[in-house]
Design a protein around this ligand. Structure first.
Ligand code: C2E
Ligand code: MG
Ligand code: MG
Length: 600
């Protein structure tokens, strides 16, 4: 026994016996003993439940109840400390029963002396400790302290029973480190072991944090990470809502493990291949789930490693495809797959370029050019819009600064902000960073926001918009007419322009309703002293109509589609030489048109 105080609880309804036991324990040498005493069954249950003693001494006779009952109940509710039963002279059958029920020892009260009592307690505690250690060795991996294969199988079996009974879904994963042998061969087994330990720690960490993705976006209740042996790990998600939950956890493992490890002074890189099987589509019992998760893991290896795969039944093609797309999107920034295109905005009165709208494009390795309409919603949903948006801001500001540095006429560049970006707290920092890093004057930056972003929380938004304009940049209301902003609101917001949505412009020459709406928007914008920009202008007829109504700034395929940066640079350069892209068209319109405020 170590030299800390030994905490003993005596359960005995006889005060005399308490006094005797107390005095006997006081004689114990070499170790301080702190004894508590309770005299009823119920008090005992409560005290044992608090789990604050090293050993329990239970009197066999406890009024109407017995010490044996107390012992059974306590053990059933998980009591870990050893229990010694104190019996009377004639209770020999009870003694046997007590040992069978799990008593560490029994002592006949009349025979107890200080030496016997101390020895019994000491043995009881030692025995428990040894048992616990053996149990731990049997169920836990000694290198990583993770549950081992046996315990994992036990938990998986329980999860299957639970899932069956409550008609829930469980998922299990098989993880295998990629090229682990090479690490062992290169750095030696010591580093190999360190790596396995570090991998185990990261896996635990991924599922432990209460704020982790694993829990944040899913309903997974219980996660067990185990070491299967060698460089193989298994993970059990005992209750998932849908297969995507498992995919999210797998993705988190992939991300976390791909960060370098520093082991014994070596920087070690490792990846992992993961196979996922879902109860019960991929298997109704332990063997088939394990086998199929393993097969899925091999499939992941074949797919080039460092990825996860579901066993074929568990996901239908569309959700799989969606997940793959999401994964691709996650990596697109670091793989530099995004591009910015620029679409010129023209003042019809002069034909000159008065701005460029930056529009993002995704050069997907397999699918070619992907339009923002396809990936911005997913970027919003996953939160990836925040880093992507920051990249757009930086790139657009840097490009505009480069145009100015090349001696081109300074124009503002417009950047689209999505709703989620707009609600993000550090939007201001992202903007300041983009402006400061590029050295662009804020007045050469326009942010395009949508009505719905503002309508979400009008008061907060208004404060935010004022804060933004205080920095010197300008704001335009995009897709105007599709939302529900009230006129009153519009008047209060510090915006300089509204952009008439393409859906109205499209039909102004054929649909009287759209023509009427567009007219009204233009008139209203002018009355509020706002610049009115029409987007999606494709024909000269549309342009003529807009011009006649007093809308002077236009954007659309009629003048130019969005262009890659170098082509946008070319048209800016040509404009500087007097060969502006919209000059001819605009001259024709202005000459024939009945436009208001015609200058040229
Ligand atoms: P938006 O801001 O209203 O941009 C105008 C869209 O209309 C662009 O589509 C543009 O290519 C297209 N367009 C321009 N002129 C014409 C035309 O004459 N005819 C037709 N049919 N279309 C025309 P795009 O580039 O596909 O972008 C779609 C939307 O995606 C944008 O609508 C914007 O809301 C969003 N978006 C684009 N880039 C970004 C970005 O960097 N960040 C965020 N948050 N959203 C972006
Ligand atoms: Mg826009
Ligand atoms: Mg728009």
């Amino acid at each position: 026994m170590d030299d800390q105080r030994l905490r003993v609880l005596l359960v005995d309804d006889d005060e005399d016996d308490y006094i005797i036991t107390r005095d006997l324990l006081a004689e114990v040498k070499g170790r301080q003993v702190a004894m508590d005493w309770v005299s009823t069954f119920d008090e005992a249950i409560a005290a044992i439940g608090r789990n604050s003693h090293d050993v329990y001494l239970l009197d066999y006779r406890l009024g109407a109840r017995s010490g044996l009952e107390l012992m059974r109940e306590s053990l059933a509710s998980g009591c870990k400390a050893p229990m010694i039963l104190l019996t009377g002279q004639g209770d020999h059958d009870v003694d046997m029963e007590a040992m069978k029920a799990g008593a560490a020892d029994y002592l006949v009260k009349s025979e107890i002396n200080a030496y016997l009592l101390e020895r019994s307690i000491r043995y009881a505690i030692e025995k428990k400790r040894a048992e616990a250690q053996i149990l731990h060795m049997a169920y836990y991996d000694s290198l990583t302290s993770l549950p081992n294969r046996l315990l994992f199988q036990d938990r998986l079996n329980q999860a299957i029973i639970h899932a069956e009974r409550y008609e829930r879904m469980s998922a299990m994963m098989f993880l295998d480190l990629d090229n682990f042998k090479r690490i062992n061969d290169t750095f030696g087994h010591r580093v190999g072991d360190l790596l396995l330990k570090a991998v185990a720690d990261r896996l635990k960490e991924c599922v432990r944090d209460s704020d982790s993705v694993a829990r944040q976006h899913t309903d997974i209740l219980n996660i067990t990470v185990a070491r299967q042996g060698g460089d193989e790990f298994t993970v059990l998600l005992s209750e998932v809502r849908e297969p995507e939950d498992a995919a999210k956890v797998a993705q988190r493992f992939l991300d976390r493990l791909s960060q370098p490890f520093l082991l014994d002074g070596h920087e070690v890189f490792i990846t992992v291949s993961i196979g996922i099987a879902i109860y019960e589509v991929d298997g109704k019992d332990l063997e088939s789930l394990l086998k199929n998760a393993d097969a899925a893991m091999y499939h992941a290896k074949e797919q080039g490693k460092n990825n996860y795969q579901f066993y074929k039944h568990s996901m239908n093609a569309t959700s799989l495809e969606k997940l793959e797309f999401e994964n691709d999107l996650r990596r697109a920034l670091e793989r530099k797959e995004f591009l910015l295109y620029y679409q010129p905005q023209i003042d019809v009165r002069t034909g000159g370029i008065v701005g460029m709208e930056a529009l993002i494009r995704w050069q997907h390795p397999g699918r070619g050019m992907v339009s923002p309409a396809e990936f911005i919603p997913m970027a919003e949903e996953t939160g990836l819009i925040i880093p992507i948006g920051a990249w757009v801001l930086q790139t657009a500001c840097a490009q505009n600064k480069a145009w100015q540095a090349a001696g081109l006429t300074p124009i503002p560049v417009s950047v689209n902000l999505s709703n989620r970006q707009f609600r993000q707290r550090d939007l201001m920092q992202a903007i300041t960073a983009a402006v400061e890093t590029s050295g662009l004057e804020p007045r050469h930056l326009v942010l395009e926001i949508t009505e719905s972003a503002i309508m979400h929380e009008p008061a907060v938004s208004s404060a935010m918009l004022h804060q933004l304009t205080a920095q010197g940049l300008r704001l335009a209301m995009d897709d105007f007419g599709t939302g529900y902003s009230s006129l009153g609101n519009l008047k209060r917001l510090p915006i300089y322009a509204i952009k008439i949505d393409r859906s109205f412009v499209m039909d102004i020459t054929t649909d009287p309703d759209d023509a009427a709406i567009t007219k009204a928007i233009i008139a209203m914008g002018r009355n509020l002293n706002l610049t009115v920009i029409a987007e999606g202008v494709e024909t000269e007829q549309q342009l003529a109509f807009l011009y006649e109504q007093g809308c002077h700034t236009i954007q659309g395929y009629l003048i130019s589609p969005p262009l890659p940066a170098h082509e946008a640079s070319d048209i800016l350069a040509r404009e500087k030489e007097g060969a502006g892209i919209g000059l001819d068209i605009c001259r024709r319109i202005v000459k024939h048109g009945k436009g208001k405020d015609t200058i040229a």
